[in-house]
Design a protein around this ligand. Structure first.
Ligand SMILES: [Cu+2]
Length: 179
């Protein structure tokens, strides 16, 4: 029955796409990592496939004060994350946002994000012609399956907390220093 459950998964994730835009980007397997009560931030993960060259340029959610597009990479055996201005989506290529890689960072959460919740998330894409489109998602909350990413994210949350006002430029500098 593995095949039929896969089809169900595709059908469900298609329902999350409500916005109709210029170059509609397909979003699959979207999920947000559940948090514990005192946790300040979390990540959203998904697979994005754009029919034409596009860039994920913005993300927003009412559950967090700041939402940014981040990447993670190993630097001298230490996992570091940083904000990127946009995530390129080459035509027809599936780009995966996953723990330990690209992710949508939700910071200064207004409350705990619990397993079973549906988190509203708005993604803004820009086509190669400069036209923007948005996609509204309701993203299910799941616990993290592997613990590998948790360490990096807790360090990240502390960095943002001490950085004060998280403006696009100065807040990010503070974040870097925290590491
Ligand atoms: Cu991050």
């Amino acid at each position: 029955m593995a095949l039929s459950s896969k089809f169900v998964g595709i059908a469900v994730s298609t329902l999350f796409i409500a916005g109709v835009g210029h170059a509609q980007v397909n979003v699959q397997d979207a999920w947000v990592r559940a948090t514990v009560p005192q946790q300040n931030g979390t990540g959203a993960f998904m697979k994005l496939t754009s029919p034409t060259d596009a860039t994920l340029v913005d993300a927003d959610s009412p559950v967090a004060e700041h939402v940014e597009i981040h990447e993670m990479a190993m630097e001298n055996h230490v996992m570091k994350m940083r904000q990127i201005p946009g995530l390129e989506l080459p035509a027809g290529k599936t780009v995966e946002l996953k723990p330990g890689g690209y992710h949508i960072m939700m910071m200064n959460l207004h409350g705990q994000v619990k397993e079973g919740d549906q988190v509203p998330l708005t993604l803004t894409f820009e086509g190669s012609d400069g036209k923007r489109s948005t996609t509204e998602l309701k993203v299910p909350v799941r616990p993290l399956a592997s613990g590998a990413h948790g360490q990096g994210h807790s360090g990240h949350g502390a960095g943002h907390g001490s950085g004060g006002g998280h403006g696009p430029a100065d807040g990010h500098a503070a974040h870097g220093k925290a590491h």
